[in-house]
Design a protein around this ligand. Structure first.
Ligand code: NAD
Length: 365
């Protein structure tokens, strides 16, 4: 297969971690007989340094011309970098919001995986975390409370603020379809999270999700209220496969779920539109405090590349090979500084990439 990948190294540790993810992808291409071409795209601080703005029209066109985009992370030290002397709409993060909007990325996927090898990083007790867990939060990203009408008015000397939560059935249907499709590539269970005992938008959410579920009889569907879901994530995270939810609930639950894994350098993410296109990036930021020191953990970016193969190219076998290679490196005791534990072998960004790359060929045997 020919894979046209847009590549945004970005700022801080971005170029270091993307380099390792590309090395892993190259090895996958070699072992499984694919051809990858990259389009280099400037975003964030790297674009400001060259063009004076965080995202150009040319960069958007390059991203649109690719089948999928792999990104490192963008942004700098917000207290020291000259990028943050610019007006807010010219700062690095504005470029990220603009590209998400331009590419109509409405579905955000945040897996939260606890590997048994990293169990000590998990703040949950051993009888709760058991043998680890692997859940995925699918959050609607372009509707709901964050995009509804809002205003603050003063009436009779009293200030009143209003935010509006609206969802159309089309907005709910398209994310529900993504949720069920993705569940089919996993353990075939969707937990749809809402507040249907109170909110009309949640009642419509539940109704449309049930309509969509009829097309996926092989996927189990359950509904859960958001307050209960927040408790269940810390009570028994292994019960979940895909958690499907609206924008604000997903914002809160995905941060909660990533905290219970305990390792920021391990968390991948993806944002998808209604085609096969997606933007794949680690959940963490550009870590300017450790940039250029070869100590960053490249695993979140490598796992993002695995998600790209699975969800944009339907190359599940190849994605499985990457996931197995990461696990094999952890089983051998290799750790970057952020996940280092007693009795393990500490390594840097580059060497961690090399070790994982080496295991790609091994997994074919
Ligand atoms: P951060 O995620 O960059 O760093 C938080 C802490 O985690 C730091 O101590 C950092 O060293 C560590 N860390 C992060 N990733 C790591 C990795 N792969 N390996 C080892 N350690 C890692 O968050 P921050 O410090 O709040 O933000 C730094 C910059 O990143 C800011 O400019 C922020 O706006 C930007 N940011 C960008 C994105 C993105 O590109 N999507 C997301 C979040 C933050």
């Amino acid at each position: 297969m020919k894979l046209k990948i847009g590549c945004i190294p970005g700022d801080g540790i971005g170029p270091e971690i993307v380099k390792q993810a590309k090395a892993v992808l190259e090895k996958v291409a070699q072992v499984y007989g694919h051809e990858i071409s990259y389009r280099h795209i400037l975003l964030g601080g790297a674009s400001i340094d060259v063009h004076g703005i965080p995202l150009t029209d040319e960069a958007i066109a390059e991203a649109r011309a690719a089948d999928a985009v792999l990104m490192g992370s963008i942004g700098g030290d917000t207290t020291k970098s000259p990028w943050y002397q610019l007006p807010p709409d010219r700062r690095p993060e504005a470029g990220l919001l603009q590209i998400r909007k331009a590419l109509n990325l409405f579905a955000n996927l945040r897996p939260a995986v606890l590997y048994p090898e990293l169990a000590d990083a998990c703040p949950l007790r051993s009888e709760i975390r058991r043998d680890g867990f692997d859940l995925l939060i699918m959050r609607e990203l372009t509707g709901g409370l964050y995009f509804g009408e809002r205003k603050t008015v003063t009436e009779n000397g009293v200030r009143r603020a209003v935010d509006t939560l609206t969802y159309s059935e089309e907005e709910i249907r398209r994310i529900a379809v993504k949720g069920f499709e993705i569940a089919r590539k996993r353990r075939r269970k969707v937990t749809s999270v809402d507040k249907a005992n109170v909110l009309d938008s949640s009642r419509l959410w539940r109704c449309v999700v049930e309509e969509v579920a009829k097309d996926y009889p092989d996927v189990a569907l359950e509904h859960m209220l958001v307050d209960n879901c927040a408790m269940q994530i810390v009570r028994d995270p292994a019960q979940f496969d895909v958690i499907l939810t609206e924008n604000m609930f997903g914002d809160i639950l995905s941060d909660e779920a990533s905290m219970v894994t305990g390792s920021i350098g391990m968390l991948a993410s993806a944002s998808l539109n209604d085609t096969k296109f997606g933007l794949y990036e680690p959940s963490h930021g550009s870590a300017p405090d450790i940039a250029g020191k070869d100590i960053a953990n490249p695993i979140a970016t490598i796992l993002s590349a695995s998600m790209m193969l699975r969800y944009s190219f339907d190359l599940d076998q190849e994605a499985d090979a990457i996931d197995r290679a990461v696990k094999a490196a952890l089983e051998e005791g290799w750790r970057t500084a952020d996940i280092m534990a007693d009795g393990c072998r500490q390594t840097g960004c580059e060497q961690m990439g090399r070790i994982i790359t080496k295991h790609i060929g091994g997994s074919m045997k």
